[in-house]
Design a protein around this ligand. Structure first.
Ligand code: ZN
Length: 274
């Protein structure tokens, strides 16, 4: 069991910090790559007022405004009323009492870095993504390491972090589709997520896709009952390396950034198939 994340509450200084960073961003803070994606002030103001509303209205959600590194402003699609459902799996979460078929999961803690286990860090990222997706009208299931048998959704993303104790220089993110996909859409989900995650985080792409990703147990419906339905597009996201200090800057210190990147990638996919 990982420790529950500290409850986050809205704090005035965070809003102040946001306003300062927004002014910086609109003014001197633009880099060439960001410039193309910035939208006019009016649109941005409505985006920002949404966040103020959220802070004032619902202290249960994550404070999205405390982010000094606003990279892009996107025109996010609203899927309210479309009955879309997305499963976000927190890698390695709650795997201490696995069913017989997945007995080997017991004690499988995943990576560790920056004082956090993989499941703890991924839970924070998934919580940010869930907050954004729900705001855009998408239903979200946060799933543990053991998924319900035949889990069905419009998209399933298993969220992990890498680690390398022997090489702390190893870094980067990667995404791979399920090899057992029958929906014909896992590749599209993987491509959208890979592209948007990179744009939002500016992290490097790690091309080392392994069978542990494409043949992941939660995809393996032919071997395990506790696997997603083959008609559910499934991908595995490695958000970065917990053992790399640069990646930890995102994964541990600023989970809002990878969390937002995950949500935006999923939204991009849902928009493409809409
Ligand atoms: Zn993992």
């Amino acid at each position: 069991m990982q420790k529950p994340a500290c409850p986050r509450t809205a704090k005035p200084y965070k809003l102040y910090t946001s306003i300062v960073s927004i002014l910086l961003m609109l003014g001197v803070g633009q880099t060439a790559s960001q410039e193309a994606q910035l939208t006019p002030t009016a649109e941005f103001q409505s985006f920002f007022s949404e966040q103020l509303f959220q802070l004032a209205d619902n202290s249960e959600t994550v404070d999205l405004s405390n982010n000094p590194q606003f990279a892009t402003i996107r025109d996010l699609p609203d899927f309210s009323g479309k009955d879309l459902r997305v499963g976000l799996q927190v890698g390695h979460m709650d795997n201490n009492n696995p069913p017989e078929e997945l007995a080997w999961l017991k004690g499988n803690t995943g990576a560790r870095g920056g004082g956090k286990w993989e499941a703890e860090a991924m839970k924070e990222i998934v919580t940010v993504a869930k907050t954004i997706l729900e705001r855009q009208g998408v239903q979200v299931d946060v799933l543990p390491a053991i998924v319900p048998p035949g889990y069905e959704a419009d998209a399933f993303v298993s969220v992990h972090a890498d680690g390398s104790d022997s090489n702390h220089d190893a870094s980067g993110y990667k995404v791979a589709p399920s090899e057992y996909d029958r929906s014909g859409r896992a590749g599209k989900l993987s491509d959208a997520l890979a592209r948007v995650y990179g744009e939002e985080t500016q992290m490097r792409w790690d091309s080392n896709i392994t069978e542990n990703m494409t043949q992941y147990y939660s995809f393996s419906h032919h071997r395990f009952q506790h696997a997603i339905d083959p008609d559910t597009p499934g991908v595995l996201l490695e958000t970065g390396f917990l053992t790399n200090s640069r990646d930890r800057h995102y994964l541990v210190d600023n989970p809002d950034i990878p969390g937002r990147a995950l949500a935006y990638g999923v939204l991009q996919y849902l928009e493409e198939i809409d």
